[in-house]
Design a protein around this ligand. Structure first.
Ligand SMILES: Cc1cc2nc3c(=O)[nH]c(=O)nc-3n(C[C@H](O)[C@H](O)[C@H](O)COP(=O)(O)O)c2cc1C
Length: 177
């Protein structure tokens, strides 16, 4: 049986950068993170922690870091995903990327809009603003809120442009079925 709702969600989720002036309950954020913590991670290390930010001044400081962090200015809440290179030296960034994706999808499931903000580029500033310990790395900040826009889906590369058969570079399928 196909889980059609899940399939539709994977395709229909969009990055939302404009949010209604309407608060998001603390409980709802916790529900979303309670789902996201089921994300897979290498050796199940779960090398992540979350900083939930409601404070407007903090959100404004993060928003001011660059044009790409601007969506945080009108987001009622954000979740910073903090990676732990000691727990998973080789994979902490990948693991945190996966859990970030789970946050986006769990938010979508509850009707919340979200956008992934890259924290890696502004690591030291984000660390200072959120008082993250030296040995940890802020990977992403997810802006969350009730959607105030319905973006046109940004195009995706064609499937046939992405796939090879059996060996890299082989465009033609030659196996017998
Ligand atoms: C690793 C990563 C970093 C991103 N960084 C930013 C960002 O800093 N600011 C932003 O507005 N969007 C950011 N995005 C969102 C992408 O721009 C967006 O996912 C992409 O354009 C596709 O649009 P869609 O999410 O609506 O399908 C990021 C997405 C990913 C996966």
């Amino acid at each position: 049986m196909i889980q059609q709702v899940l399939v539709d969600s994977l395709i229909k989720r969009r990055s939302i950068r404009k949010f209604l002036d309407k608060s998001v309950e603390r409980e709802l954020v916790l529900k979303i993170l309670d789902i996201a913590r089921w994300a897979p991670s290498a050796k199940n290390a779960q090398p992540w922690s979350f900083v939930i930010v409601f404070d407007r001044e903090t959100l404004s400081r993060l928003a001011s870091l660059s044009p790409s962090t601007e969506p945080l200015r009108n987001a009622p809440v954000a979740v910073a995903v903090i990676g732990d290179p000691i727990k998973a030296p080789l994979t902490y960034m990948i693991d945190c990327a996966v859990v970030t994706t789970y946050i986006l999808l769990a938010a979508y499931a509850y009707g919340l809009g979200s956008v992934w903000i890259n924290a890696l580029r502004y690591q030291s500033a984000v660390k200072e603003i959120l008082e993250v310990p030296e040995q940890l790395v802020p990977i992403s900040i997810v802006a969350l809120g009730w959607p105030a826009e319905t973006p046109i889906p940004p195009p995706r590369r064609e499937l046939l442009e992405l796939i090879y058969w059996e060996k890299y570079g082989r465009r033609k399928y030659t196996q017998k079925d």
